[in-house]
Design a protein around this ligand. Structure first.
Ligand code: PNS
Length: 163
């Protein structure tokens, strides 16, 4: 049987425990999962980390996990997915508020590339209210983010905010 490959795209500024949870759930469904940081989304949103830094933080989160790859991409997600031989796009769905945007993207991506299916995964309820933008805000205001990001991410955030 051929290998099942999925792309998990996003901004990941920075990767949170919620993203990590989605990756782990995705790994139960596929043979290879590519976490992909989008350049375009990075340019459009005001963020903290460069794409290269985000990729490095994600790599550290999945160090030793041989079924997870980390990449960045420019251009259309479906083109990147095709170039990687991926048949699935994985997205986390936290709440109803995510639905409209996610549904629109899923249908648009299907129109662009009918062979690629989007799969929505619900995170652990503990992470259902977590977002990278809130993590950035809480960290910048000196709040406790211990349960929200891995220790290496917290350290980089703090270093970044100090600098
Ligand atoms: O974490 P985000 O910012 O919600 O992720 C959004 C992302 C990166 C998945 C989306 O902006 C995307 O796919 N960008 C790549 C460009 C693209 O294909 N745009 C058309 C989407 S229908």
């Amino acid at each position: 049987m051929s290998e099942r490959v999925a792309i998990y795209p996003g901004s990941f500024d920075p990767i949170t425990r919620g993203h990590e949870d989605i990756v782990r759930r995705g790994l139960d469904l596929v043979d290879r999962l590519i976490v992909a940081v989008a350049y375009r989304a990075t340019q459009e949103k005001r963020g903290i980390f460069t794409v290269e830094e985000r990729v490095e933080l994600i790599r550290q989160s999945f160090d030793g996990e041989k079924h997870v790859e980390v990449a960045s991409f420019n251009g259309l997600l479906v083109d990147f997915a095709r170039s990687q031989g991926a048949s699935l796009i994985i997205r986390g769905l936290r709440a109803v508020s995510d639905f409209e945007y996610e549904f629109q993207m899923a249908l648009m991506n299907r129109q662009l590339s009918p062979g690629i299916e989007t799969v929505f995964l619900a995170p652990d309820v503990h992470y259902s209210y977590l977002s990278a933008s809130l993590v950035r805000e809480i960290a910048s205001l000196g709040g406790d983010i211990d349960d929200m990001v891995a220790p290496h991410v917290k350290a980089r955030l703090e270093a970044h905010l100090r600098g």
